[in-house]
Design a protein around this ligand. Structure first.
Ligand code: GLU
Length: 497
């Protein structure tokens, strides 16, 4: 059997973390078994579906490099087939016309009507007491022919249960009595979600439906539709939910930017790192390892490795410094620090260009300098943005001074105000400006002043880079070079802010 899976987003908003993870797991499963990964845009809610949302979802998938096979299917294109299926079930007596005016309007009203009837029946909730269930075919045909509006409902059997073997959660059962006679087609001819999904999954020959656990109830309803159609359902595998740190639901409305994929792209996350992070939200290969290339994820991925317990997305609300999951940040830093430099550079260049910190020389005369510098500063960076923010002093003479760094490394040591320009004099007479030579000069200078090396180095770091932390100061001197180091040691700007 060929494995065919699909990612089926509803284009009613941007691509959020939960959907991106669903797409990724489908992709990994398909690639692992050599199957197909299809994309279906579930745009049947015409009022809420937007072009912009479709764009954002496709952009998000492209960013994560989750390429799909075959043409994108738009669910709304299949509405006629959905209607035909509902009519077929009606003709076979597996569905019935519901002429209840309320039913013709909305499902919620029907649930209320059922509740009202249940109340009248002393609390006995009976999902099968819709009076139209037993309407004769002749009467139904006659009323329909007379133009009376009706919805089409599935005629769920009185007794028995729907069941399926979930690829993650095992055997799932649900008494028919717990499921209402679901609406397949609204009175305005609009096919409803569960019917559309089943029809499309059949049409697309989907073998495995991998989606969020929040769809479990729908799956039971869909199994009923498959039974009515006499078609064996695909294998279902439900994914654990991704929860907020307080174990509450993650919601687009409440957690807005935190759950949107564009947030991470725009904040300087590498797609490879974020994809790696997403893969571990609810799945593991049963080993300590945490850094996986896409090829490794494809190789290791299996439904068995999917967890049953919910995953937590660990952002801290209202704290801009810790606005996203620590692990996501750690992982991004790990990628920035360790990935082959020539793979990182294509991401760094546009970042520097956007901040007007990039010069063409970085590709010819200053190529070696540029690459060494990126290699040096990336060691402590978390996102691509850091190259243009914290890294600014390497590419521009116009950089800011962190007041805390000034306070800690300069203000407390007033002697540095004359010492650092004096150190510049020592640099001035150096013929060659490499780490060992710089070290010798700075050490001698420190001893002469009877102070500590750290005081000189931290002060110099603040003047030269504007911040309190960074790579070894000897490398910073060498990287910035003699002239720029001297200029900055002499500069009084930081002392006057
Ligand atoms: N369109 C549904 C959603 O975005 C997914 C349906 C499915 O995967 O079956 O939640």
């Amino acid at each position: 059997m060929t494995v065919r899976v699909r990612f089926a987003p509803s284009p009613t908003g941007y691509l959020h973390i939960g959907s991106a993870r669903t797409a990724l797991f489908n992709y990994l499963y398909a690639r692992h078994v050599g199957g197909k990964f299809l994309l279906r845009v579930e745009d049947t809610d015409l009022a809420r579906s937007t072009e912009e949302s479709i764009r954002s979802i496709l952009d998000g998938l492209a960013w994560l490099e989750l390429g799909h096979d075959e043409e994108i299917v738009f669910q709304s294109d299949n509405a006629d087939k959905h209607r035909a299926t509902a009519k077929k079930l009606l003709a076979e007596g597996k569905a019935y016309r519901d002429f209840t005016p309320k039913a013709a309007q909305s499902d919620a009203n029907v649930k209320d009507a059922i509740k009202d009837r249940a109340r009248a029946n002393q609390g006995e909730k009976n999902m099968r007491d819709n009076p139209y269930r037993s309407l004769s075919a002749e009467e139904g045909d006659a009323r329909a022919a007379a133009g009376e509006p009706f919805a089409i409902r599935l005629k769920v059997a009185e007794t028995g249960k729907s069941s399926f073997e979930d690829g993650v959660y095992g055997l799932q059962e649900r008494d028919y009595a717990e499921t209402e006679d679901l609406v397949l087609l609204r009175s305005d001819g609009h096919p409803l979600y569960n019917l559309a999904v089943v029809c499309d999954d059949i049409e697309m020959q989907i073998s495995h439906v991998i989606r969020g656990q929040d769809h479990l109830t729908n799956t039971h309803k869909q199994v009923l539709i498959y039974e009515a159609l006499g078609i064996i359902p695909p294998t279902f595998a439900h994914l654990p939910l991704i929860m907020a740190p307080n174990k509450g639901k993650l919601s687009k409305r409440k957690h807005g930017e935190v759950v949107s994929m564009t947030t991470y792209r725009d904040a300087g996350f590498l797609a490879a790192a974020f994809r790696n992070f997403l893969a571990l939200l609810g799945w593991s290969a049963g080993e300590e390892k945490e850094i996986y290339t896409l090829a490794e994820l494809v190789e290791k991925f299996s439904l068995d490795g999917i967890h049953r317990s919910n995953a937590i997305f660990n952002f801290t609300e209202n704290d801009p410094r810790r606005w996203t999951d620590d692990k996501a940040q750690w992982m991004n830093a790990e990628y920035i620090r360790t990935m082959p430099l020539d793979e990182l550079l294509p991401f760094v260049r546009p970042e520097l260009k956007a901040a007007k910190l990039y010069r063409d020389e970085y590709e010819d005369d200053d190529k070696a300098w540029f690459e060494n510098t990126i290699n040096l500063i990336r060691q402590r960076f978390f996102t691509l943005k850091d190259f243009s923010n914290q890294g600014r002093a390497y590419f521009s003479e116009d950089y800011d001074f962190d007041p805390a760094a000034i306070e800690k490394n300069l203000a407390k040591f007033p002697d540095l105000r004359s010492w650092l320009p004096e150190l510049a004099e020592r640099f001035e007479v150096m013929d060659s400006f490499t780490e060992p030579e710089i070290e010798e000069v700075v050490k001698a200078f420190t001893e002469e002043k009877g102070t500590k090396l750290g005081i000189i180095m931290n002060g110099a770091r603040t003047l030269l880079t504007g911040v309190a932390v960074g790579p070894s100061m000897l490398s910073v001197f060498e990287t910035l070079g003699k002239d720029r180091s001297i200029l900055r040691l002499r500069s009084q700007i930081a002392w006057n802010v």
